[in-house]
Design a protein around this ligand. Structure first.
Ligand code: GAR
Length: 191
């Protein structure tokens, strides 16, 4: 099964997913990176692994529907049947949701439904929670609202800096996301 990863940023989760695929831990192939922030670090990571990159800024399209229609054409070209959002900081619209119903997953750095949206780690620190975590969920039309597939907690210790918490969150993400995507792929393939 051909998988496309959608990302906007540094791409550490892209890297973790690709590493898992290269180790034979994913029953799918990372066949494409879609990036909505041309020049983001994730693009050079993908190029370094020989993964084709489609880099398109939504700002250059007249509507979200037009942007996603172009993405859909690219996804068809690469025969993609599963989408993995890995730091894709954008809501998925009806064009892609309809084409990939139940086949889009996302990772979010909080225990949803707490701290949806932007800067979930900053929100958790500002609130002063002692436990936060990571959620992997199926994507629906809402923001960070789809059915939850996996969650793991992360403890915030007294004196932890933002960097400390980010590091703990990333460690969990890099382990939990490939494992959860593989469970989903096996489920879809009826294994
Ligand atoms: C990850 O922590 C991911 O959970 C988060 O963006 C980061 C991307 O890091 N996603 C969201 O906040 C989505 N709402 P990466 O570019 O190093 O993979």
């Amino acid at each position: 099964m051909n998988i496309a990863i959608f990302a906007s940023g540094s791409g550490s989760n892209f890297e973790a997913m690709k590493r898992a695929a290269d180790k034979g831990l994913l029953s799918g192939k990372i066949s494409l990176l879609i990036c909505d922030k041309p020049g983001a670090l994730v693009e050079s990571r993908a190029e370094g692994h020989g993964v084709p990159v489609v880099s398109l800024s939504p700002k250059t399209f007249s509507s979200k529907a037009d942007y996603e229609a172009e993405l859909l054409r690219e996804l068809k070209k690469y025969d993609i049947s599963f989408l993995v959002l890995a730091g894709y900081m954008r809501l998925v619209g009806p064009t892609l949701l309809d084409a990939f119903e139940g086949r889009i997953v996302n990772i979010h750095p909080s225990l949803l439904p707490s701290f949806k949206g932007l800067d979930a780690i900053g929100q958790a620190l500002d609130f002063g929670v002692k436990v936060t975590g990571v959620t992997v969920h199926v994507v629906d039309a809402g923001m960070d609202t789809g059915p939850i597939l996996a969650q793991e907690s992360v403890t915030i210790e007294p004196g932890d800096t933002r960097d400390d918490v980010e590091k703990k969150i990333r460690e969990v993400e890099h382990r939990l996301y490939p494992k959860t995507v593989e469970q989903m792929l096996q489920h879809l393939q009826g294994v």
